[in-house]
Design a protein around this ligand. Structure first.
Ligand SMILES: NC(=O)C1=CN([C@@H]2O[C@H](COP(=O)(O)OP(=O)(O)OC[C@H]3O[C@@H](n4cnc5c(N)ncnc54)[C@H](O)[C@@H]3O)[C@@H](O)[C@H]2O)[C@@H](O)CC1
Ligand SMILES: [K+]
Length: 493
């Protein structure tokens, strides 16, 4: 796993070092890494570094200082460099190093002045200076950013490299103010930051490179962990040669209704293709017929009194009394289960326990939180999704998998693993039903041992395999959830 830390954690770790001699050396290491990655990008895009024109938007703090030192290095490699000082002043030593390297400074003179007229003048000068550049460095704000940001327009199609993080992104949460420049590449210092992995920050960061500046020993416990392909492969349940269908794992699926039979077909197809010992399904008549046609190996059940290792409940269910009674029975008995879609609406806080995985999207998470008395909106959740997923995990004493561009999996103790491999085309109707089938199959075949942290890892692994399957499904163009369900379980391992 890759550890990620909040901006607050990173600042605390570096605070002591910044006061002393180490401050300058940290900044030099950061700047060296930034310049290195910018040169690699220039080479990849233009075939070389010498003679390229790079401009940097420079803020008043240390983030601007990093940008200035990096530009001094670039100038030393024959890059024509322009520093645009958006605050009218900048990190003094960084500015001196940059000026010594022969770089050009725009808006450098005068006193710090934040009047609207002064800002309009700076933005005008900035736009002129940016007219003919090959690359823009965003070194306005880093982990010290507070509140809204105002930035000049930059020309379209010019690559943007963010210094530490896109200016205006909150490094703790991923929330972003309006007007943040979307980066092609973010070169971040010390460690991966939460704000680059979740929410708007993930969308705005582009590719991410981490530059080691020697903070590891000072950082403590990570805020969250990013699942890698190696982790996912290791956490994927596998049958052994001694297994038979029952020992391997039996999944019970409560899904489908006359209005939404397709959700049950998708979840059932995904479950068998992810692989289980046996699938039992509880669905009303028409949905049951369609499941049998699509998944002949599924065995119909008429209630929750059957032997299964785990349940997956909710995709497409409506008001069928047998299904609702079975959901209540499973919840009441404390059995291992995935609670998805409509089943989330029936869940009471007191029914939560350590073997449940709730799989809401943002709107369903809002509903869950409101039901435990938390006043929150979907917009609040999008601003700080990790925080609100953790609230729900505590409120329902369960593991929560929050769906979205980044999948966030949390335990009630706050332990968090996220998955970043989901491609954009996964945002399609029915893709959540496929995930529920896949996660259900994995829960049944893992036998749900190992406590909530193991369940968090299992949930993140299912999300990873879902992303992997999407890549297989999209090999020859667009795909829908039906195709995704057919290739569930296929991927890089
Ligand atoms: N902490 C460390 O160990 C290291 C920090 N480094 C850099 O230092 C950065 C943090 O530096 P700082 O603490 O100086 O913070 P920043 O450089 O992020 O910004 C602080 C400055 O911006 C102003 N500011 C904040 N929000 C603003 C807004 N919305 N609009 C306009 N101005 C605003 C503040 O008044 C302050 O002057 C990191 O992101 C990183 O780039 C690196 O040099 C490596 C080492
Ligand atoms: K920045």
């Amino acid at each position: 796993m890759i550890n990620a830390y909040t901006g607050t954690q990173i600042r605390a770790a570096e605070a002591g070092l910044l006061q002393g001699q180490d401050g300058a050396s940290l900044m030099r290491r950061a700047a060296h890494g930034l310049a290195h990655h910018i040169m690699a990008l220039l080479r990849a895009r233009y075939g070389g570094v010498y003679g390229a024109h790079v401009a940097a938007l420079i803020g008043t703090g240390n983030n601007g200082g990093d940008g200035l030192y990096a530009m001094a290095r670039l100038a030393g490699r024959g890059v024509a460099c322009t520093a645009i000082l958006l605050g009218g002043h900048a990190h003094p030593e960084g500015l001196e190093a940059f000026t010594r390297s022969g770089g050009r400074v725009v808006s450098g003179g005068g006193t710090p002045d934040s009047s609207a007229r002064a800002q309009a003048r700076r933005f005008r000068e900035a736009s002129e200076a940016l007219a003919d550049v090959d690359l823009v460095i965003d070194a306005v704000l880093g982990t010290g950013a507070r509140g809204a940001i105002a930035l000049p327009e930059i020309p379209a199609d010019v690559p943007v490299v963010a210094c530490d993080l896109p200016s205006g992104v909150d490094a703790d949460t991923g929330a972003a103010s309006d007007g943040v420049l979307a980066a092609d590449l973010t070169v971040t210092f010390g460690a991966l930051k939460t704000g680059l992995c979740v929410g708007a920050g993930r969308r705005l960061a582009g590719n991410i490179e981490v530059v080691d500046i020697g903070l590891e020993d000072l950082l403590g416990q990570p805020d969250l962990r990013v699942l890698t392909s190696t982790d996912a492969e290791a956490a994927t349940p596998r049958p052994t040669s001694q297994d038979h269908k029952y020992s391997r794992g039996v999944l019970g699926l409560i899904a489908g209704s006359p209005c939404y039979p397709g959700a049950a077909v998708l979840a059932a197809t995904a479950a068998v293709n992810t692989s289980v010992g046996m699938l039992r399904t509880l669905a009303p008549e028409r949905a049951a017929e369609l499941i049998t046609q699509a998944v002949p190996e599924a065995v119909p059940a008429d209630g929750a009194d059957v032997r299964v290792d785990a349940w997956a409940m909710g995709p497409g269910i409506d008001d069928d009394p047998a299904q609702l009674a079975a959901v209540e029975q499973v919840l009441g008995a404390g059995l291992p289960a995935i609670v998805d879609a409509s089943a989330l609406r029936t869940l009471q806080p007191g029914q939560g326990h350590a073997r449940l995985i709730l799989t809401p999207h943002v709107g369903e998470l809002e509903d869950l939180l409101v039901r435990v008395g938390v006043r929150v909106t979907a917009a609040d959740i999008s601003e700080d999704p990790v925080r609100w997923a953790r609230w729900a995990a505590v409120g329902y004493s369960s593991v929560v998998l929050l769906k979205g561009h980044t999948t966030i999996c949390v335990a009630p103790d706050g332990y968090t693993i996220i998955n970043l491999n989901g491609p954009a085309p996964l945002a399609t109707a029915g893709s959540g039903d496929v995930l529920t089938g896949m996660l259900g199959a994995m829960l049944a075949t893992s036998h749900a041992g190992g406590g909530t942290r193991a369940l968090v890892e299992l949930a993140a692994t299912a999300a990873y395999r879902h992303g992997d399957a999407a890549r297989v499904a999209g090999q020859h163009g667009g795909f829908g959830a039906g195709q995704l369900a057919r290739v569930a379980g296929q991927g890089s391992f």
